[in-house]
Design a protein around this ligand. Structure first.
Ligand code: NFS
Ligand code: SF4
Length: 659
């Protein structure tokens, strides 16, 4: 089975590297001036001899290698290995220590999920620490949404009568305890995903404790039982989702709840006449300030005095999503476009915080005047300028960075290039609060009712979340977009986050016009009514941009509310998720956490677990018995759409909804 999936991936990426024409044009431009990118490096890994990948490790792809100790590394024989390997590799069935293939695969997966969870928990810690220090008046931030803070506090069963600073400090402290204390369970998990909502609910211990145990369990000579390892991965996955909730909720409290905004995406959001500052990463603490000071009169005067017409801040990846959602800042690209954005020659400063930063950005920048500026101690680059960010000095750091960018403007070279397409329009800014706000105009007392009625009547056949990254292992963006178009035809409402949302935006799916073009008639009529109600005088787009990857939290909060209202569990809702082009460990953590909460999750890039039939079965079928959620692995997007739809039909059937 694995062999077939690998071949399908390869066929897709060889057909076309990127769905988006501008991206394809920029890849060709980068190739032509000798810049290597994620796309050209992926192509090198595709070089093959006798039909097998020469350079990609087949043992790694199946998850069957172990480097845990110095008796190894060990690698296990597998039926799915390419023919040549099978001939040349002895039929080893155990590692030197005797570890079985199932132990090795499960251990590798747990380590992957743990790294993802560590990333999200570190993000949550930054958000919680910013909220705590803001409550203590040590930062230049404000508590912009006191009402949201009160609602979080009431969810955590705190006394909401307290004054707002005290409440912020207490809420932040609970979050910090959930991340790093020696308690027995996470309070956020008990409050946001109560056991009534999830089958066989697992409440994780604080993240740090779970990670400590994970370190012990996965080291040589400890946990050998694959089922326990996978259960731990599921527990960490839930801890990961709680970390998303902490980040997303606190960022709203500090920076505002997103409201509908219209903006653009594409390389052409870069402006030849302005100082271009690209903000990339995930934690929006600094980028909020960069956006704020880019409008400062003093900064603008400085930029003008050096010949620029202004300062143009644009986003990349999830930091980009954050500032898009709250300020309408346009997006230059997602993770896969980051090197290409620099290859335009138009980037005065490329500012990164943490996560999804390709180390090669500094090599691309060397060919131009671009200054790469790292800002957080967890993600430094060898030759980048490092300007340390702390919540307390946020204003000064943002100003310093903008000054560097402005002073760099006159140094821009002649080697600039923008692709021919115009940037694409998009609508973003969907939050649970915005959705409920619109729905409450239809039913003030019971805002969820119109949504539930439309699902029951089949006007909305189901809801699918398109999440996660875009991948160079297939045609970038194409899996997301194909699945989106197929599901829309069947009246499935789509929510999108992270790079997946940006893929849909590049394909024009985040516009009212896309509703006319792609949505089935029933879904179209609902989106028309909602658009009128929201006052945009057009239908709502058929794909709702819910924000960054940490904003998957919003989706969990929405589906939990739906389940609670209906008195059923999350697993019984006609919903699913698709991370069809997943790349990162973070995506693995969110994926398995969602499965543990009862969601069926599609993966369109093969996860490195298929070397063990036991682990594969635990994730794709046994998990359904235990949690109600499971993984579906299918590389072909058309087939994947069918499987997602089948899952929705099945859940509808169980609910007695036969239309
Ligand atoms: Ni999510 Fe965002 Fe993109 Fe993937 Fe990276 S930017 S957190 S991990 S690559 S969607
Ligand atoms: Fe090999 Fe066992 Fe060591 Fe892993 S832990 S490298 S399987 S001997």
């Amino acid at each position: 089975m694995a062999g077939k999936l690998f071949l399908a991936e390869k066929r897709l990426r060889i057909e076309k590297r990127a769905l988006d024409d501008d991206t394809e044009e920029m890849i060709q431009h980068a190739d032509s001036i000798g810049i290597d990118t994620v796309f050209s490096r992926q192509a090198k890994y595709d070089e093959s001899t006798l039909g097998i990948d020469k350079t990609r490790c087949n043992f790694g792809s199946l998850g069957i290698c172990c480097r845990q100790c110095a008796m190894g590394p060990c690698r296990i024989w597998n039926e799915d290995l390419p023919f040549i390997y099978k001939l040349s590799t002895p039929r080893l069935e155990k590692g030197t220590c005797g570890a079985s293939v199932d132990t090795i695969v499960a251990r590798n997966l747990l380590m992957m999920v743990a790294r993802g969870t560590a990333s999200h928990a570190a993000h949550a810690r930054h958000a919680a620490s910013a909220l705590l220090k803001t409550a203590q008046k040590k930062t230049p931030y404000l508590i912009k949404e006191p009402e949201k803070l009160r609602s979080i506090a009431s969810k955590l069963k705190m006394d909401t009568e307290n004054d707002i600073e005290a409440l912020a400090a207490e809420t932040a402290s609970i979050a910090l305890f959930d991340i790093l204390s020696d308690e027995n369970s996470m309070k956020f998990a008990a409050s946001y995903c109560p056991k009534s909502n999830v089958n066989n609910g697992i409440t994780p211990a604080p993240v740090g404790k779970e990670l400590l145990d994970e370190g012990l369990e996965t080291s040589m000579g400890n946990m050998a039982d694959p089922e326990s390892l996978i259960l731990h991965a599921a527990r960490l996955g839930v801890a990961d989702i709680m970390s998303l909730i902490i980040s997303s909720e606190f960022q709203d409290v500090l920076f505002g709840i997103p409201k509908p905004v219209f903006s653009k995406i594409g390389f052409n959001v870069l402006d030849k006449n302005k100082v271009n500052v690209i903000i990339h990463g995930h934690v929006p603490l600094l980028s909020e300030k960069i956006v704020e000071f880019s409008e400062d009169a003093e900064m603008l005067n400085k930029a003008r005095s050096l010949g620029a017409q202004g300062i143009n801040v644009v986003g990349c990846c999830c930091t980009g999503n954050e500032v898009l959602m709250r300020h309408g800042v346009p997006l230059a690209g997602s993770s896969l476009q980051q090197e290409l954005v620099i290859a335009t020659g138009l980037a005065e400063a490329f500012v990164v915080d943490i996560q999804c930063i390709f180390p090669n950005v500094e090599n691309v920048a060397k060919k131009f005047h671009t200054r790469i500026i790292s800002t957080m101690k967890e993600a430094k680059l060898t030759n980048a300028v490092h300007i340390p960010f702390e919540e307390e000095n946020a204003d000064e750091t943002a100003k310093k960075i903008l000054e560097i960018a402005i002073e760099n403007f006159p140094k821009r070279g002649k080697n600039i290039y923008l692709p021919h397409g115009a940037p694409k329009d998009l609508m973003a800014g969907f939050s649970v609060e915005t959705c409920l706000g619109v729905l409450s105009k239809i039913n003030k007392e019971d805002p969820l009712k119109p949504l539930i009625d439309n699902i029951a009547s089949g006007n909305i056949y189901g809801v699918v979340l398109l999440a996660g990254c875009t991948s160079p292992k297939v045609t970038a963006d194409a899996s997301h977009v194909t699945i989106a178009k197929e599901l829309l035809k069947q009246n499935v409402l789509l929510i999108a986050t992270g790079c997946a949302a940006q893929a849909c935006a590049r394909a024009g799916l985040l516009t009212p016009e896309a509703t006319e073009k792609y949505a089935g008639n029933k879904l179209k009529s609902v989106l028309k009514v909602l658009g009128e109600t929201a006052g945009i005088k057009k239908p709502l787009p058929p794909v709702w941009h819910f924000g960054s990857c940490v904003d998957n939290a919003r989706v969990v909060i929405l589906v939990s509310a739906l389940a609670e209202k209906l008195g059923i569990q999350i697993k019984d809702l006609p919903i699913a998720a698709s991370a069809s082009e997943w790349v990162t460990e973070k995506a693995a953590a969110i994926g398995i956490g969602s499965v543990a909460l009862g969601v069926t999750v599609h993966l369109g890039v093969t996860p490195p677990v298929l070397g063990s039939s036991v682990v594969a079965a635990l994730l794709t079928s046994k998990s359904e018995e235990v949690f109600g959620g499971k993984f579906i692995v299918e590389v072909e997007p058309m087939k994947a759409s069918k499987l997602l739809l089948e899952h929705i039909t099945k859940t509808r059937g169980k609910l007695g909804l036969t239309i």
